[in-house]
Design a binder for this molecule. Structure first.
Ligand SMILES: C=C(OP(=O)(O)O)C(=O)O
Ligand SMILES: [Mg+2]
Length: 436
């Protein structure tokens, strides 16, 4: 189908920073007629990270201090409106791969630094939406290749720390995974009930119930362990059993704690820890607490630490690589060859096209790695990741928790998808996680 228009504008993300929204219109034939066409428009918005991996595709920002402190996206928007629109309007593409490879070629750099991954991904995702609409199918069907659909366990980030909150908690994300449920709908209910119980526990203890970037609470606590302990208390208070009904996932975002050759608990005690020391912490946490997934347990530049971590814990929990892989198939291949991690975090804007994201997912599956689909800390109402999770049968995703609209948008989209699929979609449950 032919592209009739491509247009981008600057809109806002959940931190109030500008980001790129693109609209792609295509000429779709009306059923039964080859000549009469209708214009179908797809629209999508790109999210933005704060604790980013060094090798992520380039998010093009203006660097003009007078606009959003240098974070404007007018260069990326112009690249869509001037360069991509000029090249692609009137052109016909036969598949998502074809347009995405044309975008990669037009950019011509290895990390999408010329046009910006934010410009490229906005167009790639908007094209996917336009195509899905033109083919009269939901996005999750358009992105699906297997004919099978799985509803994911929502890993809900209920305590925020690290770079995502102004508190004293060093580790970035403390998530609950309500896996002992018959459906996504019930799983979300269990998660939200726990979230509400956590709020009342924090209140009673005199802690703040203000929230961080991803919607989890962001209290000042006595220690990082206390974050886990109040969550376990909340699971009990909500009427569930930790480990049996709801387990924990942790993303300490270790790259943020990495300084040359050691880690620093940069927000609490300022203590310095070696890779071996950090591994000891994870090993004892996994023995003490019902943790089923540890993301970025080591830093992106500490491949030796990652190897130690993988060798010691790969048969116990899911070890997900975020900053270390950056959703990049070439880097993931290196990780597979080196025996690092057993799961990969999937963020569309780390790599910059829908096609490359799916390439990474397929490579992971072929090598017996899990895929954990993820939002960014700067999000919008765009719900592409909800459809992507169901389409790729990833079985689990993280998209924040209970009280911020840009996170709820993904939950609501998953509720819609489950409702629409009815019995044909199975809830992933605990087996979505490696080693469970
Ligand atoms: C979602 C994350 O944060 P950000 O979007 O800030 O990279 C993460 O580190 O997994
Ligand atoms: Mg992470």
């Amino acid at each position: 189908m032919k592209i009739s228009k491509i247009y981008a504008r600057e809109v806002l993300d959940s931190r109030g920073n500008p980001t790129v929204e693109a609209e792609v219109s295509i000429e779709a034939p009306i059923k039964g007629s080859k000549k009469i066409v209708r214009n179908i428009k797809g629209r999508s918005i790109v999210p933005s990270g704060a604790s980013t991996g060094e090798l992520e595709a380039v998010e093009l920002r203006d660097n003009d201090p007078k606009r959003y402190g240098g974070k404007g996206v007018s260069l990326a928007v112009n690249n869509v409106n001037k360069i991509i629109a000029n090249q692609f309007t009137g052109k016909e593409f036969n598949s998502q791969q074809e347009i995405d490879h044309a975008l990669i070629h037009l950019d011509g750099t290895p990390n999408k630094s010329k046009l910006g991954a934010n410009a490229i991904l906005a167009v790639s995702m908007a094209y996917a939406r336009a195509m899905a609409a033109a083919l009269d199918m939901p996005l999750y069907r358009y992105l699906n290749k297997s004919g099978k659909f799985t509803m994911p366990v929502p890993c809900m980030n209920v305590i925020n720390g690290g770079k995502h909150a102004d508190n004293n908690v060093d580790f970035q994300e403390f998530m609950i995974a309500p896996h002992n449920a018959p459906s996504f709908k019930e799983s979300i209910r269990m998660g939200e009930e726990t979230f509400h119980a956590l709020k009342s526990i924090l209140n009673k203890k005199g802690y703040s119930t203000g929230v961080g970037d991803e919607g989890g609470f962001a209290p000042n606590l006595k220690s990082n362990e206390e974050a886990v302990e109040v969550i376990l208390e909340a699971i009990h208070k909500a009427g569930y059993t930790p480990g049996k009904d709801i387990s924990l996932c942790i993303d300490p975002a270790s790259s943020e704690m990495w300084e040359d050759d050691h880690y620093v608990l940069f927000k609490s005690t300022k203590e310095k820890i070696s890779s071996e020391g950090l591994l000891k912490i994870w090993d004892s946490w996994i023995q003490q607490y019902p943790i089923i997934l540890l993301e970025d347990g080591m830093a992106e530049n500490d491949w030796e630490g990652w190897k130690l971590l993988t060798d010691q814990l790969k048969n116990k929990v899911e070890l997900t690589g975020d900053d270390i892989f950056c959703t990049n198939p070439a880097i993931l291949q290196k990780g597979i060859d080196a025996g690092i991690a057993n799961s990969v975090l999937i963020k569309l804007n780390q790599i910059g096209t829908v096609t490359e994201t799916i390439d990474t997912i397929e490579m992971a599956y072929k090598n017996n790695y899990n895929c954990f689909i993820s939002h960014r800390s700067g999000e919008t109402e765009d719900t592409t990741i909800a459809d992507l999770t169901v389409a790729t049968n990833a079985g689990h995703l993280k998209t924040g928790s209970g009280c911020r609209g840009e996170r709820i948008a993904k939950f609501n989209q998953l509720l819609r998808i489950e409702d629409e699929l009815g019995k044909s979609a199975k809830f992933a449950g605990l087996k979505a996680f490696k080693n469970q």
